[in-house]
Design a protein around this ligand. Sequence first.
Ligand SMILES: *[C@@H]1O[C@H](CO)[C@@H](O)[C@H](O)[C@H]1NC(C)=O
Ligand SMILES: *[C@@H]1O[C@H](CO)[C@@H](O)[C@H](O)[C@H]1NC(C)=O
Ligand SMILES: *[C@@H]1O[C@H](CO)[C@@H](O)[C@H](O)[C@H]1NC(C)=O
Length: 338
Amino acid sequence: MSMLCRSAPIRSCAARLGLSLGVAGVARAAGVARQKHTLPDLSYDYGALEPHICAEIMQLHHSKHHATYVSNLNVTEEKYTEALAKGDVSLQVALQPALKFNGGGHLNHSIFWTNLSPSGGGEPQGALKDAIQRDFGSFQNLQQRMSAATVAVQGSGWGWLGYDTESGRLRIAACANQDPLQATTGLVPLLGIDVWEHAYYLQYKNVRPDYVKAIWNVINWENVSDRLKAAQKDQSLLCVAHRDQSLLCVAHRDQSLLCVAHRDQSLLCVAHRDQSLLCVAHRDQSLLCVAHRDQSLLCVAHRDQSLLCVAHRDQSLLCVFDEAQIQTRFPLKWSSYL
Ligand SMILES: *[C@@H]1O[C@H](CO)[C@@H](O)[C@H](O)[C@H]1NC(C)=O
Ligand SMILES: *[C@@H]1O[C@H](CO)[C@@H](O)[C@H](O)[C@H]1NC(C)=O
Ligand SMILES: *[C@@H]1O[C@H](CO)[C@@H](O)[C@H](O)[C@H]1NC(C)=O
């Protein structure tokens, strides 16, 4: 029972620390040397997206525009590191816009290239298709709404399909400013359409709607699906580590359940993916916990089943029975939990 009671203070501690590191974030916090950024290779030729996007655009866009973001990002980061080392705060502040612009450009384009494919187009499948249907009614609706939002971006910018980790829903966002999507809106970018003129002018001149219409023919839906999967996985779990790492916490994003594991792994947490059933077990298996998703009922059982506890969530009722009594009292329910 103590295990279940402990979740409340941990939850507020996590909020107070403001820590929301992903699993990778924990590794990062452990100290990994910073690396210079490089221009990613394309997995297709510059001419492979023709006739929808011509080779000349692709070549300039990748080898000139994107490359410039990357080298300026490298240079700016170097200056920024120096400014940090010198404690020069005003230089740090002065470098922010360049970091934002070049970092944003590098991030955006790195996503964009993988969002496109010569064998793209058609309609998304699987979980992505279902999510689009749920959040936009149909794929055609998504296309229409995203096209309209993207065409309407004033000046330079991007249209995005993003994943909102708070609500678990897909959302369209169109951004004209310089901030990368996630930093500004909290949306995880899944699909980006670049509508800076360098992305289409050579072929489509000023007719942005034609370019946006054509780009659907080369969208790599598998990549968008992968990104959705990754966003859901990353964000459904939060990990928080106390400074000394003696305590690790794992929480479902919607905070319906918190599990706590001591570093020595004396306690392990396991959650079923569909979240209908959540289980927590001490490593020595002397204690097993089973909780229903609606949390109306929480159960804890010693392995040897000599002692079983059943508690209502509001803790208005807490009962302890030996096994014989449980069998009598909750014959059906209990067996379905274990
Ligand atoms: C920085 O960016 C450029 C891209 O223009 C890249 O070629 C280079 O390898 C990067 N790294 C360094 C150390 O400059
Ligand atoms: C990157 O994407 C964001 C979000 O759409 C946008 O505001 C920003 O202008 C983009 N940056 C660059 C340099 O393309
Ligand atoms: C989508 O992009 C991600 C990130 O670059 C990559 O890991 C993944 O393999 C891509 N998936 C497809 C199907 O292109």
